[in-house]
Design a protein around this ligand. Structure first.
Ligand SMILES: Cc1cc2nc3c(=O)[nH]c(=O)nc-3n(C[C@H](O)[C@H](O)[C@H](O)COP(=O)(O)O)c2cc1C
Length: 202
């Protein structure tokens, strides 16, 4: 199923795509559940690593980092993703299907010094985006606590926890945070409709 059809048939698919979630990581689960554990594990020993395309995940990343006093690392790919949304969806889908792990622009200096890694990303195509697989392949998280924080456009966290478990099998994956956020597609469509309505001078 293409991402386009997924999004245009949102209502019908909400039920069909209600995939099993790990305890406590359903849409709208709350940060306080992890905060008491996380506070102890944060500070100098904690790292917040995140990827964002449209900024939703960055808001959460910065809040975790500020609240716990951790370092923060933005995951970037060598090759930028397309600016055009439809092209972006196609690239993401291709990378999901092929299992391609795009090269990262940088890796975390001395990942060994962190005991806890908060890993944030948006859901793409019902799972974690490809650069998250790259990140986990390039950083040894064995023995570390891995805390996911995930944003999505309304369909939940899909298969993303399995990706984390598969790519960081020796990390201790604990309860994370997920939140439904704005979808780029909907925002673009609203703006386009509005631009079609207004009368431009001259
Ligand atoms: C290529 C692509 C695929 C997406 N696929 C899904 C999806 O399968 N399910 C979903 O709920 N949201 C999906 N979204 C919406 C994003 O997960 C959501 O808007 C997220 O909050 C974006 O985070 P960011 O602003 O940090 O990039 C997709 C967005 C993009 C760009």
């Amino acid at each position: 199923m293409s991402q386009s059809s997924l999004f245009s048939r949102r209502g019908a698919l909400m039920t069909a795509l209600a995939l099993p979630l790990s305890a406590g990581l359903g849409a709208g689960s709350s940060l306080p559940a992890i905060a008491s554990n996380a506070r102890q594990a944060g500070g100098a020993n904690g790292l917040v690593a995140y990827y964002t395309r449209t900024g939703n995940t960055r808001v959460i990343a910065r809040q975790i980092s500020r609240a716990l006093g951790t370092d923060i690392f933005e995951i970037r790919t060598v090759d930028p993703y397309p600016e055009d949304y439809e092209e972006q969806v196609a690239v993401a889908e291709k990378q999901r299907v092929s299992g391609f792990e795009p090269p990262l622009a940088a890796t975390v200096p001395d990942i060994r010094s962190y005991e806890t890694v908060f890993l944030g990303f948006p859901i793409w195509g019902m799972t974690a985006p490809a650069m998250i697989r790259s990140f986990l392949s390039r950083h040894d998280l064995s023995g570390k606590t891995l805390v996911p924080f995930i944003t999505h456009g309304g369909y939940g966290i899909g298969q993303s926890l399995k990706v984390l478990a598969d790519h960081a099998p020796a990390a201790r994956l604990i309860e994370g945070f997920s939140k439904q956020c704005d979808q780029e597609r909907e925002t673009l469509e609203e703006v386009t409709r509005w631009l079609g309505r207004i009368e431009m001078p001259g």
